[in-house]
Structure formats: structure tokens, C-alpha cells
Design a protein around this ligand. Structure first.
Ligand code: HGY
Ligand code: MN
Ligand code: MN
Length: 418
């Protein structure tokens, strides 16, 4: 066996960057929708399922045992050794008009880690499982795939879950031949550790010219759908003081965001209204209904609670001011989570051995690693995002800047499995 890597009983593996790049480009070709920019493999769309089926063939090509569970999680298990498995991967679903790397890179890098171990002739002493989770982007709230694997959600939660358009998760699953009533939970003792590589989705590494971010904590996130209901009416004959204009209520809340952050937030707080709709949605009609999303985030649970309470207060005030009814659907609440310190230290040692510039940093975005971290040791490796752009078609990372992180992932998986 080649000289072992400094301080580790494994050879100095290297990810095959061109093989990794080819996989990312192949699965993203399945997310191209005519007339829609970016990558579109939204949860349980035909494109999402096509991406999962493509991945299953690639996993089989690597000699893995492959299956899809009841909620669409795809697994490829390298049947070697025994005992709890090292799980590596990320999510394969995207946001609408998403980028080419969010989630997708981590899934393909997980498969690449296995192939680079195979190329090096390694025989792990424990199984390695590559996973592509379902609906991490939370179309139906939460992080369905990793939460289903970890037993945090099951058939009862699935039965009540809807997306922001009111589509039922159970119907979306059955529409793709999946089973909303099935058992998806793994026994925690069957997973030795979970590792994820992900683009940073922020500007820190890119600005610092560093190749790797080793995450120690992940922000929490709450996901609401809000409906303000007033009265549709004529925009010409209805006096301004006789209106129950739902748009005005939504606008008042939007205007209150800075005040909420000042009064209840902190440096890591984020409030976003990313989706909104008016009804009847016609220029000459006063809006009878305003429906919109609120995503709130913070690295501290108490601050997240304070943000949520302040949002509720401002929404109620806006509704009262404009004579509106207020309804809030709370799709999910994912708490801020610290990642495993021993695993983080191990990743630092690998980064030191690699000689790649790295830093320890928090994650403002949510990730499957934060779900797993509540049940098993979990680690999260960031690679730079050019300009920090993500959840947008121009999300981009230079492949040369991805290589150190992909190699670190492979070495860490080998270190845990061999
Ligand atoms: O939105 C997020 O935090 C992640 O991309 N799901
Ligand atoms: Mn992601
Ligand atoms: Mn995302």
C-alpha cells in the first residue's frame, strides 16, 4: 500500500475531478426545463425522480447495492466489512431555478469518495453508504429525507404535510409511485457517522481565497405559509377607508422586517419572504387575499423563538390595521445544531495533512448534516461559492477550488471506514 497519509492509516487518496464533474453535469442535464433558467429538479417532480434513477445506475456501476426508500431517498451501499455504516452524501432535489451544485455536488462527491477508495484498492472494515436525500429544500417543510432516515418524521407527519401551494406531500409521493405510509427510519446505531460536502452558499471562503470550510454549527430555520384574507373589490369605486386590502397587510409586514430584526434578531438572523401571491391578482381589483412564505433563521434557538414571536406580533398588527383575517401554517421548525467536535477535529487533521487553506465556520444555510447530527456524529465540509451566490442559476464554483474538499471527503470517509 502506498505510504500512508501523514498520521492516518490510509493512502493519500485523491478524488478524480473529471469523473466528479462528469457526474454533476450528467445529472444536471436532467434538470434543464425549457423556458426556465437554472436547474429544476424540485422535489418529486419528474425531473427529480429522473435524477434519482440516473444516480441509481451510477451507483450500480460502482458495484454498490442500490435502492430507493418510501420517500425517495436513494442509497448505494458498498457491501464490505460489517457493523455500523459510514454514510456520505447530500440532497439531490433543487429549489426552483436553482444552481448546479447545491446538494448535487455533495451526492456526486460521496459516490466519488467510494470510487477513489476502490481505485486505491482499499477494503473498508465497515460498510459505506452513499445517500441522496429527498426534499432537503423543504418544499413540504423540514428536511424530509434526512428526517425520515433519522426517524424524526414518519407517516403521521407526512399525512399532514403540504407545500406552499397546498399540494399534499402524500399525493406527491404516491404520484411518483412512493409510499407515504412506509417505514424509512434507520436504527441510529446502524450509522457510524454522516459526512456531507456542500458548497458554502455564502461569500466567506471565496473572499478569503480558502478552499475548505469545516462547519462547527448550522443555523436553525422555521418555514411558514401566511395568508391574509380581506375583501376583493373594485379599485375605482372602493374608497381607501372602505378597503380590506390584503396587499396592504403583506406590505406592512414587509416594511416591519427591519424593525423585527432590530428588536428580536441577532447577527446571524435572517428573515425572507421569497414567495408571494395576490388574489384575484388583477390590476383593477383590490387584493382580497395575500399568501406569502416566511423563512426565519438564526444560529441560536432562543433568538429564533424571539424572531418567530415578533413576526407573529407584526402580522397580527398588520391584519388588524387593515381588517384582515390572519392564518399561519407552520410547516417546520428545524433547531440550530452543533456538529460533532471529535469528527470536526478529525476533518481538521485531514485538512492540515492536505495542506489546503481552511477555516472553521458556521453555516447560515440548513443542511442534512444538521438532521443527522441530532442522532449520530456528523461532519460538514464546505467548498467555495463564487461571489457567495446560491439558490440562483448563477450559482458557481471553480472546479479547481472543489478538488481539495472532494479529496478531503474521500480521505475522511476512508479514515472512518477502513
Ligand atoms: O435553504 C436552505 O437552508 C438549504 O439550502 N435547504
Ligand atoms: Mn443544499
Ligand atoms: Mn439549498
Amino acid at each position: 500500500m502506498a505510504d500512508s497519509q501523514a498520521g492516518f492509516d490510509i493512502p493519500p487518496l485523491k478524488a478524480d475531478l473529471s469523473r466528479l464533474k462528469a457526474d454533476v453535469e450528467a445529472v444536471n442535464a436532467l434538470g434543464i426545463q425549457p423556458g426556465l433558467p437554472g436547474i429544476n429538479r424540485v422535489s418529486f417532480s419528474d425531473a427529480d425522480m429522473a435524477g434519482r434513477r440516473w444516480l441509481m445506475t451510477r451507483m450500480a456501476d460502482a458495484g454498490l447495492a442500490v435502492w430507493m426508500d418510501c420517500v425517495g431517498n436513494v442509497f448505494g451501499r458498498w457491501e464490505v466489512g460489517d457493523g455500523p455504516a459510514v454514510m456520505v452524501g447530500s440532497h439531490l432535489d433543487t429549489v426552483v431555478m436553482g444552481g448546479p451544485l447545491d446538494g448535487t455536488l455533495g451526492v456526486c462527491a460521496g459516490l466519488e469518495a467510494v470510487r477513489s477508495m476502490q481505485d486505491a484498492g482499499l477494503t473498508p472494515r465497515r460498510p459505506v453508504v452513499v445517500v441522496a436525500t429527498a426534499d432537503e429544500e423543504g418544499r413540504f417543510g423540514g428536511m424530509l429525507g434526512s428526517q425520515a432516515i433519522c426517524g424524526e418524521v414518519g407517516p403521521d407527519w407526512i399525512a399532514q404535510a403540504t407545500d406552499s401551494d397546498g399540494t399534499r406531500l402524500a399525493d406527491a409521493l404516491t404520484g411518483q409511485g412512493l409510499d407515504p405510509t412506509g417505514d424509512t427510519a434507520w436504527r441510529p446505531e446502524s450509522i457510524a457517522a454522516f459526512l456531507e460536502l456542500h458548497i458554502e452558499q455564502g461569500p466567506v471562503l471565496d473572499r478569503a481565497g480558502e478552499a475548505i470550510g469545516l462547519v462547527d454549527a448550522v443555523s436553525g430555520v422555521f418555514n411558514w405559509s401566511v395568508t391574509l384574507t380581506g375583501e376583493a373589490n373594485h379599485s375605482g369605486t372602493t374608497p381607501m377607508d372602505h378597503r380590506r386590502d390584503a396587499f396592504r397587510g403583506m406590505a406592512d409586514f414587509g416594511h416591519a422586517i427591519d424593525r423585527i430584526l432590530a428588536e428580536a434578531g441577532g447577527p446571524q438572523s435572517r428573515l425572507t419572504v421569497g414567495k408571494a401571491a395576490l388574489s384575484p391578482n388583477f390590476p383593477h381589483s383590490v387584493a382580497g387575499t395575500a399568501s406569502f412564505s416566511i423563512i426565519g433563521r438564526d444560529a441560536d434557538d432562543a433568538v429564533m423563538e424571539a424572531l418567530a414571536e415578533a413576526c407573529r406580533t407584526r402580522l397580527s398588527e398588520a391584519a388588524e390595521r387593515h381588517g384582515l383575517e390572519l392564518d399561519i401554517v407552520r410547516h417546520s421548525w428545524l433547531p440550530p445544531t452543533r456538529l460533532d467536535t471529535d469528527l470536526h477535529a478529525r476533518l481538521c487533521r485531514h485538512a492540515d495533512a492536505l495542506g489546503a487553506p481552511y477555516r472553521t465556520m458556521p453555516s447560515g444555510a440548513g443542511h442534512d448534516a444538521q438532521t443527522f447530527a441530532r442522532h449520530v456524529p456528523a461532519g460538514l465540509i464546505f467548498v467555495p461559492s463564487v461571489g457567495g451566490i446560491s439558490h440562483a442559476p448563477n450559482e458557481h464554483s471553480d472546479w479547481d477550488s472543489i478538488h481539495p474538499g472532494a479529496t478531503l471527503l474521500a480521505r475522511a470517509v476512508a479514515d472512518l471506514a477502513v
